[in-house]
Each structure stands twice: as structure tokens, then as C-alpha cells.
Design a protein. Structure first.
Length: 703
């Protein structure tokens, strides 16, 4: 019993000792971990603090670099977790803002490698974003676009539509800078589709503002203004957007300036300059608006303050060292002095503009400046032209290469290339089959369409020929009737003159002979008969002359046809028709196509008066002046609103006929004030193949 009790006692003491030592060592270990966590937290706070101080623009650059170097050294020793990636990312951004390229590339590369190790997609996207910003500042468009594209893919993969939309916008800006305007427009629209549901109004403003700029470059000016106006609508939904609003107003003015509508552009620049304290808040925007105002005023003919305004804008840009904008001011000053015929000063400003364009890398301005040299220095125009051509060709080649790189970046991912290698033959086969089918279908469609088109043209041509033939036959028939009348009148005249009058003359001579009888009764009777015969002779001679004169009168068959048309309308529709025409004009000598189309146009217009105008009076007038036929048809009907009225088949037919005879027409009408149709047709007199056979006989001179 004693031995058992003693062993139990030792066992209990051992357990107590084990528990005691376990608790002791555990507490020591926990205190160490806690101490380590506290030290890590302190270090992270220090690193964040150094980075924030290193981004403080108010501190000297040397101090900022030293603080960032301290943060970098501590980051290298920091444990591998998510905070370390954030440190590298913030450090790379700080070095980017400091324009320390070497340190930025180093920290950005380390951040990318570490983010790939831990598979942090968000961190990888941020490193690509920073790298894209770095290349954008240095105008390396293809690399900037590539990194924005990589960041966009990562944000899209993790479902971050906001940052994905922002990357698309940045990609679009790079495309626009490389003159890939269509691509920029497409990419911007993709960004809008992501940002609009999120109601990110400022980002949407940026997108529509970019669309406006791109449309302006594409010379789609109306759409450019529409996009800028939409951008202004989004600005109204955010606070503090005054400067952005002024920027957009300036952009709208530039759109009108590109259209050479300088007077329309001026009010927008004045709105910008009228903003309170703009010079203090944004000197660059103030100078730009002032420069634009001066240029547009000068181009619209107002040169009073142009020189002072351009000089003031130049002084502002010089104070902020904006060499690209200084090039613009010097360019505009050169154009101003060239306009003032001061070629010496114009040449001086042009040289300065060229130097500043080269210094700022503004190649577009450099091209414009070289073109201006040919005007201010014509002696060396050939040299400048050659320099312009060389630079333009090199820029186009570089831009083409950049756009090609954009295309490869968009479509040639590693996965796509691998899949393309596996499916290349199959794809080529399907493409060949599809292409063949499409070509076959296209060929069949073209053949069918061409046959239908040819048949339609033949039908229209045949119809036109038939109409012309019918009209000419109608005129010819009328002419033959009139000719028959004239021939018959002349025949009667000749018969009366040659036969009846001659016989009467013989009777009178005979009676004169019989009159020699001496009986008083015979003498009285013969005298009365002779008197009546002489009166009859004079009457017959008068009728003969009247008939003969009528046979030579001019008869207008075309005018008669128009008059018959008016009479028909007047009889059937009970409309009073008045017709006036130039009687000195030989209307029958007009070209047949002109006559038939004029006839149909008047016919269609009269039908409109009957169907729609509800008129009770119509006035038709034919006038000619300087080989132009002026036809006007006026009715006193109900009229209509020409802006709202739809153009039916009748008016389309009139337009088609007017085009066939190279004429113009206009229709004026107001509700309750009737309608006026005016037709102007050029004409040339042609010889009439059916010219009257009855011509005035030549006068016979007495021997």
C-alpha cells in the first residue's frame, strides 16, 4: 500500500510539472509571436509612412528619393504576404511620379514577379497599369496599349467591370493618339457598356469626350458635337466638374473651327474665358481658350486684339514650360503676320514654331509648320516640301506599325496562337468552303440583280421612248390638221381670186360693152348690175386676202396641247384655268424630251390640284429668258406645310422628270394660302422636222 501510494504521488507530481512547463513554454512562444506581429505592424506602418512622404511634391527630390529607398530596403526584408505586394506596387507608382525610370522599372518588375508567385490577379493588373502609365508618358503607344490590355484582361477575369472599363478607355486614348480612330471609337463604346450600368458619371464623361475628339478627327463633325453634348449631360450629375465643362466647351469650339465655321466657334471660347478666376485655377486651359479665340477672330476678319491675345497666350505657356502649346501660338502668330504681309516676322515665328515642335515631339504641328514655310519663304519652298514629305512618310510608317501592333495585341494571345496551330488546317478548309459558297452566292446575286436592273432600265427606256413617240404623234396629228386647214384656206383663196374674181371681171367688161346701147332703161339696169358686181368683186377680194393671211399665221401645237389639257381639267373638275405664255417663242421647236416631260409635269401638278389642293382657280404661266424656260403653276387651294408634308409618288415622278431634262424645281406652300410650283428648264431651239410647208411667197419685183 505504501509503495502504491508513493507511485501515484510521483505520477501526479509529474503531470503537474508537465502542465506547468507546457504552459510556461507556450506563454513564452505566444509572447514571441505577439511581439513579432507588433514589430511587423510597426514596420508596415513605417514603410507606408515613408512611401507617402516620398510622394509629397512639397519635399525636395533628394529627400523623397532617400525616403523611398528606405521603404524599398525594408520591403525586401518584409515577409512574403499580400502587404509586400502592396508595398512594391505603391513604390513603383511613387517612383513613376518622381520620374525615376530606373527605380520604377526595378520595383515594378519585382512587384510583377512576386504577384505571379502568389497568383494575385489584382496585383498583377496594377503592375501592368503602372507600366502602361510609364510608357504613355514617354509616348510609347504600343507598349502602353499592351499593358493596359493585359490589365483589362485581368480585371475582366476577376469581374471588376469598373477597372476593366477604365482600362478600355485608356486603350482607346492610345489608339486615338496613334490615329487608329475607328479602333478607338469601338474600344470606347466597349468601355461605355461596362461603365454605364455602374453610373460612373465622370468616367462616362471621359468616354464621350474621347468619342467627340475621335469623331472630330474622322471629320464627322455633327456626331462629334453630339458626343460632347452628352459628355456635358454627365458632368451635370457630378460635383466640381466646372473645369471639365470648360474643357468640353473648348472642344466644341475646336469642332466648329475644324469646319471653318469660325463665327460659331467664338462664343464657346468666350464662355471658357468668362469663367471666374480661370487663369488662377487652370492657366493652361485659359491660354488654350485665349489662343483659340484669337485665331478664330482673326480668321473671321476681326484682327483688332488678335496679336495681343496670341502674345498673352504664348507668355502663359512659356511660364508653365508647355513647349507643344508654345509651338501652336508661334504658328498662329506666323499666320497672323503672313496675313498682315509682314513676311519677315512671319518667318521668325515660323522658325520658332518649328524648333518648339521638334523639342516637344509634336509631329503634327511640325508638319503644319513645314507646310507654312512654303508660304512665308517661297524661295526655299522645295526644300521644305521635301522635308514635309519625308517626315510625313516616316510618321505614316510608324503609325501603321503601331496600329498593326495594336491588332496583334488584341487578337494574338498565347492561347489563341496555340489553338490556331492545332486548328489551322481545319479552319483553312472551312474558310475555303465558306469563301467559295459566299463568292458563289455573291456571283449569283450580282448576276440576278444585274439582270433585274437591266430589264428595269430597258423597260424605263422603252416606256420613255413610247411616251415620247405618243406625244410626238399627237403633236404631229394636230399639226397635220392645222396644215390641212391652212392648205384648204389657201386653195379657197386662190380659187376665189383666180376663178371667181376673173369671171366677174369678164362679166363687167362684157356689160361695159353692152352699155353702149342708148336706151335709157338698158343704161340704168346695166349701171346697177355693174355696181353690184364691183361690190361683189371687192368683197370676194377681201375674203381672199383674209383667208390667205390666216394661212400664214403661226400655230403652236405644243401650246394647243397644254391648252387642251387645261380645258379638260376645267371641264371635269370645274376649276377655272388661266394660261399665259410668251407668244413670240416658237414652242414647237423645243426638244421632244423637254416637251413630253414638261407636259407630264404640268399634268401631274394639275392632278395634285384636283386631288389634294381643293382649288377652284389655277394660273399657268410660260416665260423664257436667257435660254431658260420658267414655268409656274399657282393654285388657290388649301395649301400644306412643306416641312411636314410627305413626298408621294407624284412628287417623286416630277423630281425624276426634272432631272431627265437637267432642270430644277421648287414647291412653296402654306396652309390656307395655296401652292406655287416653279420649274426652270434650260433649252436649245432645234429645227422642226415637220416645218410648215406653207411659206410666204417671195415678192415679185416689177420689171
Amino acid at each position: 500500500m505504501t509503495i502504491l501510494h508513493t507511485s501515484n504521488l510521483f505520477l501526479r507530481l509529474g503531470i503537474i510539472a508537465f502542465v506547468f512547463f507546457s504552459l510556461f513554454f507556450s506563454s513564452c512562444e505566444n509572447s514571441k509571436d505577439k511581439k513579432a506581429r507588433i514589430n511587423t505592424s510597426i514596420e508596415s506602418d513605417s514603410i507606408f509612412s515613408w512611401i507617402e512622404k516620398g510622394r509629397n511634391r512639397n519635399l525636395p527630390i533628394a529627400v523623397r528619393k532617400r525616403l523611398l529607398q528606405q521603404a524599398y530596403n525594408k520591403t525586401l526584408l518584409y515577409p512574403n504576404d499580400s502587404l509586400k505586394i502592396k508595398f512594391f506596387s505603391k513604390l513603383s507608382l511613387a517612383y513613376l511620379q518622381l520620374n525615376d525610370s530606373i527605380s520604377f522599372i526595378r520595383t515594378n518588375q519585382e512587384a510583377t514577379e512576386f504577384a505571379e508567385q502568389v497568383n494575385d490577379s489584382n496585383a498583377m493588373a496594377e503592375t501592368h497599369w503602372d507600366l502602361a502609365t510609364f510608357y504613355r508618358k514617354r509616348a510609347v503607344r504600343d507598349l502602353a496599349y499592351y499593358n493596359y490590355s493585359e490589365a483589362q484582361k485581368l480585371y475582366e477575369a476577376i469581374g471588376n467591370n469598373y477597372f476593366s472599363g477604365r482600362m478600355l478607355y485608356n486603350m482607346a486614348v492610345e489608339q486615338g493618339a496613334a490615329k487608329d480612330y475607328t479602333g478607338s471609337e469601338i474600344t470606347t463604346i466597349r468601355a461605355i457598356e461596362l461603365l454605364k450600368p455602374l453610373k460612373k458619371y465622370k468616367r462616362l464623361y471621359n468616354c464621350y469626350n474621347n468619342l467627340g475628339a475621335v469623331s472630330n478627327r474622322l471629320k464627322d463633325y455633327n456626331r462629334a458635337i453630339e458626343y460632347h453634348e452628352v459628355a456635358l449631360e454627365y458632368l451635370e450629375k457630378i460635383q466640381g466638374g466646372n473645369i471639365l465643362r470648360l474643357t468640353t466647351l473648348n472642344n466644341i469650339g475646336v469642332v466648329y473651327q475644324e469646319q471653318e465655321q469660325y463665327k460659331k466657334a467664338i462664343p464657346y471660347f468666350k464662355q471658357v474665358l468668362a469663367y471666374d478666376s480661370l487663369y488662377a485655377k487652370n492657366a493652361g486651359l485659359y491660354a488654350r481658350a485665349l489662343n483659340n479665340l484669337a485665331y478664330n477672330s482673326f480668321k473671321s476678319g476681326d484682327t483688332i486684339n488678335t496679336h495681343n491675345q496670341l502674345q498673352k497666350a504664348l507668355h502663359i505657356w512659356d511660364s508653365i514650360a508647355d513647349y507643344s502649346s508654345m509651338a501652336i501660338s508661334n504658328y498662329n502668330l506666323a499666320k497672323y503676320h503672313l496675313y498682315a504681309k509682314d513676311t519677315a516676322r512671319a518667318l521668325t515665328y515660323t522658325k520658332v514654331a518649328k524648333s518648339l515642335s521638334v523639342r516637344s515631339g509634336n509631329n503634327n504641328r511640325l508638319l503644319k509648320t513645314l507646310r507654312l514655310f512654303t508660304q512665308v519663304d517661297p524661295k526655299n519652298a522645295t526644300t521644305y516640301s521635301q522635308e514635309y514629305i519625308t517626315l510625313n512618310d516616316s510618321l505614316q510608317t510608324a503609325e501603321r506599325k503601331t496600329r498593326n501592333k495594336f491588332a496583334r495585341i488584341r487578337f494574338e494571345t498565347d492561347e489563341f496562337i496555340a489553338e490556331n496551330q492545332l486548328l489551322a488546317r481545319q479552319r483553312q478548309l472551312w474558310i475555303g468552303i465558306a469563301t467559295g459558297l459566299l463568292l458563289l452566292a455573291g456571283a449569283v446575286s450580282v448576276i440576278v440583280y444585274q439582270r433585274i436592273k437591266n430589264q428595269r432600265l430597258k423597260f424605263q427606256q422603252q416606256q420613255q421612248e413610247n411616251n415620247l413617240e405618243i406625244f410626238n404623234l399627237m403633236l404631229s396629228q394636230k399639226k397635220k390638221v392645222e396644215e390641212g386647214k391652212q392648205i384648204e384656206q389657201k386653195r379657197i383663196s386662190e380659187e376665189l381670186h383666180d376663178s371667181v374674181v376673173g369671171q366677174m371681171h369678164s362679166i363687167r367688161v362684157l356689160l361695159l360693152a353692152l352699155n353702149q346701147k342708148t336706151t335709157e332703161t338698158a343704161i340704168q339696169q346695166r349701171t346697177e348690175v355693174l355696181s353690184k358686181l364691183q361690190e361683189l368683186q371687192e368683197e370676194v377680194r377681201t375674203i381672199s386676202h383674209e383667208l390667205n393671211d390666216a394661212s400664214y399665221q403661226k400655230i403652236h401645237n405644243f401650246i394647243n396641247s397644254i391648252q387642251d389639257l387645261l380645258n379638260t381639267i376645267s371641264d371635269t373638275a370645274h376649276i377655272k384655268c388661266q394660261f399665259y405664255y410668251d407668244d413670240g417663242m416658237d414652242w414647237d421647236q423645243l426638244n421632244g424630251e423637254v416637251k413630253i416631260n414638261l407636259y407630264r409635269i404640268i399634268q401631274e401638278s394639275l392632278q395634285n390640284c384636283v386631288k389634294h389642293a381643293k382649288a377652284d382657280e389655277v394660273v399657268l404661266n410660260f416665260e423664257t429668258e436667257d435660254n431658260i424656260i420658267n414655268v409656274s403653276l399657282v393654285d388657290n387651294g388649301v395649301g400644306f406645310d412643306t416641312k411636314k408634308g410627305k413626298r408621294g409618288i407624284g412628287l417623286k415622278n416630277i423630281t425624276s422628270r426634272i432631272q431627265k431634262i437637267n432642270g430644277t424645281w421648287d414647291i412653296k406652300s402654306k396652309v390656307g394660302e395655296g401652292t406655287t410650283v416653279t420649274v426652270l428648264v434650260p433649252f436649245e431651239k432645234t429645227s422642226d422636222p415637220n416645218k410648215d410647208v406653207l411659206e410666204q411667197e417671195p415678192t415679185l419685183e416689177k420689171a
